[in-house]
Design a protein around this ligand. Structure first.
Ligand SMILES: [Zn+2]
Length: 182
């Protein structure tokens, strides 16, 4: 295809680095485009433009610690939910979920809510932070596992199996034998 910028060169499909701006911040991502071999003019088809939007949004989200489009989709897939079901699950309209997955950047409040609702680790962290805040001392493992661990303390690795909660001190003698070291 002839370049319609210079009218001389030819447009060739190419993976190229394209700079852009998201919310006033500059990012550069690799994207598929047609590039003129004469003047370097770049053209994106509708599909390429959509892919570029997702890529540059993800660059912004990674920079700001937000879930990327793929991560949002993965969170939904993990729960085996349709767009509609997931939208209800996190309390937003189905259009919002569609737009987030297509590259619209979710706000921080929704990002946190989605993590709490879909990510076991984030949910546990939240419970632990609340326990610490409320000064609640609770056993970290179900009773069945506890008795097993009490019998065989040498096989239990507290560090990897039950991260300690910073800020929560265990009263002396309390749950001794199966509480992680404070
Ligand atoms: Zn050209």
């Amino acid at each position: 295809m002839k370049c319609y910028s210079c009218g001389k060169g030819k447009l060739n499909p190419k993976t190229t680095e394209i700079a852009g701006e998201v919310r006033g911040e500059k990012f550069s991502v690799f994207s598929e485009a047609s590039v003129c071999d004469g003047c370097g003019f770049q053209v994106l088809s509708d599909a390429q433009s959509d892919a570029y939007t997702v890529a540059i949004s993800n660059a912004y989200r990674e920079q700001h610690g937000l879930l990327t489009s793929m991560e949002l989709k993965a969170a939904r897939d993990r729960l085996g939910m349709s767009l509609r079901r997931f939208a209800e699950f996190v309390g937003v309209g189905v259009a919002s979920v569609k737009r987030w997955e297509a590259g619209l950047i979710q706000d921080e409040a929704h990002d946190q809510l989605i993590r709490l609702r879909t990510d076991l680790y984030a949910a546990r962290q939240n419970v632990r932070e609340l326990e610490a805040r409320f000064g609640i001392l609770s056993p970290r493992v179900p009773p069945v596992e506890m008795s097993y661990r009490l019998r065989r303390p040498e096989v239990f690795d507290w560090e990897s199996e039950s991260p300690s909660v910073s800020g929560v001190s265990i009263a002396p003698g309390f749950f001794r034998g199966y509480c992680p070291p404070a």
